[in-house]
Design a protein around this ligand. Structure first.
Ligand SMILES: Nc1ncnc2c1ncn2[C@@H]1O[C@H](COP(=O)(O)OP(=O)(O)OP(=O)(O)O)[C@@H](O)[C@H]1O
Ligand SMILES: [Mg+2]
Length: 431
């Protein structure tokens, strides 16, 4: 604003100056014509005429002889200290205004006329100075007004901003003090603050969802470990109440060890899932051949299949490379094979590994009972087992681990119908 006002002042002042010089130029042209037509005496006469009376139009004239003695004009003498050479000059002049004598600046141009006579044509800058002063005053007021309005506007705006920041901060404080349901109120204007509030609220919702998910998992874990632990305890208690019998004791201890192993297995599975989900194994990833990993898993399960009379068919001819954690991938494959073998009473299991430039794909297809479509998402949650599988051993953690491993590798796991049976796909990005 200051720069703008300064520019306005400067350009106005410039304009006034140009105006003054243009007037003088016109006047000089007129006098030159008079001189050409009527010579020096004509010029002196014209100047005498023009400078008679009041200096109303602010024009200044002076003609002097070579010695500097005035011949005609409304100046009493040649301005002091000003050069005699032709050109533009500025000097102070005195003029009567009312009663008092006043000094103003004047601007003039001077000439030397043949015969060493000198001519001065000028204009006092009284009106120009007054006008300039007026402009400066107006601009100063404009500046003051701008400053005042700017300050007031700034105060109002920053108050408003600070208030809205305070609302966000109060909400955060409320949440810190335990009121997790608190959300930032929206003003409904849809501005940046509202967008920020919306995003923060969404984030809080997401955190709340995750927390309740976590709570459910912990509840599940507590519940699922409680049952086997209390079973284990009551078995020991009942045995103690019976007649002491070494053979009986040995049998119960063996059962107890088996039960404890199962519990440990559950813990290991839970820890494995947590580890995969936390992504802490991402650092140990290397380029591995998925087909080779699957081949060794299949070899491990071949005796089980033989025992159950199931046909195990693996198509793993080509190496398919992925970036991954060998141990976790082997565990995920084993879980899928384990399910296929466990839930298929009779029939065949087909294992295929294929790969293209983008994806590596493991498919495990069985001819068992399959999973109804509306349960195909739920079975990936921890401890979820279908009603029909209650008779078989298991924790309901196998598919949770597969999903966690898939996600850790940036891939997906999905289930589909095999008519009859289940087809499980593990799709990973190719290396
Ligand atoms: N191939 C399959 N055929 C039919 N049902 C299956 C199959 N795979 C999984 N399921 C169903 O999905 C449920 C969850 O499987 P998941 O592997 O997570 O747990 P689990 O096999 O019961 O126990 P775990 O794998 O921890 O020993 C199973 O209980 C079973 O009901
Ligand atoms: Mg399983």
């Amino acid at each position: 604003m200051v720069a703008l006002l300064a520019f306005i002042y400067w350009s106005t002042a410039n304009f006034i100056e140009q105006q003054t010089e243009a007037t003088l130029d016109a006047e000089i042209a007129g006098l030159a014509e008079q001189y050409n037509q009527r010579g020096l005496s004509g010029l002196v006469q014209v100047i005498a005429e023009r400078s008679a009376g009041e200096r109303g139009d602010a024009m200044l004239y002076l003609v002097t002889d070579p010695q500097g003695k005035p011949l005609a004009g409304n100046l009493s003498g040649w301005p002091r200290a000003e050069s005699v050479r032709p050109g533009w000059i500025s000097f102070p002049v005195e003029s009567h205004r009312g009663k008092d004598l006043q000094t103003d600046m004047a601007r003039a141009t001077t000439f030397t006329i043949p015969g060493d006579y000198r001519l001065l044509v000028g204009r006092d800058l009284r009106d120009a100075a007054a006008f300039r002063k007026r402009v400066a005053g107006t601009l100063a007021w404009a500046g003051v007004l701008t400053l005042g309005l700017g300050l007031a506007g700034g105060i109002v705006m920053s108050r408003n901003m600070l208030h809205r920041v305070e609302v966000v901060s109060n909400t955060a404080a409320g949440i810190i003090h335990g009121d997790l349901g608190k959300r930032i109120p929206l003003t409904g204007s849809g501005d940046e603050f509202d967008q920020l509030a919306t995003n923060l609220n969404d984030m809080l919702d997401q955190i709340e969802r995750l927390m309740s998910g976590m709570r459910q998992v912990t509840d599940n874990i507590a519940h699922d470990l409680r049952t086997p632990l209390s079973r284990l305890r009551s078995r020991l208690e009942v045995t103690l109440l019976e007649q002491p019998d070494t053979a009986r004791y040995a049998e119960v201890l063996r059962e107890t060890i088996a039960e404890a192993d199962r519990l440990l297995g559950t813990f290991t599975a839970l820890l494995g899932i947590a580890e995969a989900e936390s992504g802490s194994r991402r650092a140990t990833m290397e380029t591995v051949d998925l087909a080779e990993i699957v081949r060794s898993a299949v070899e491990l399960y071949e005796p089980v299949a033989d025992e159950k009379g199931l046909e195990l068919e693996a198509r793993l001819d080509q190496p398919v490379f992925v970036r991954g954690d060998r141990h976790l991938l082997a565990q995920a494959t084993a879980n899928l094979l384990d399910n296929a073998l466990k839930y298929t009473p009779a029939g065949r299991i087909a294992i295929t590994v294929t790969g293209d430039r983008k994806f590596a794909r493991l498919e495990v297809a069985d001819t068992g009972p399959g999973i109804p479509e509306d349960h195909r998402e739920a079975v990936f949650d921890r401890f979820v087992r279908l009603e029909s599988s209650r008779s078989t051993a298991g924790n309901g953690l196998g598919l949770s681990l597969v999903r966690a491993v898939a996600q850790l590798h940036g891939g997906t796991v999905s289930l589909a119908d095999n008519h009859p049976g289940l087809r499980a796909f593990l799709v990973l990005p190719a290396a």
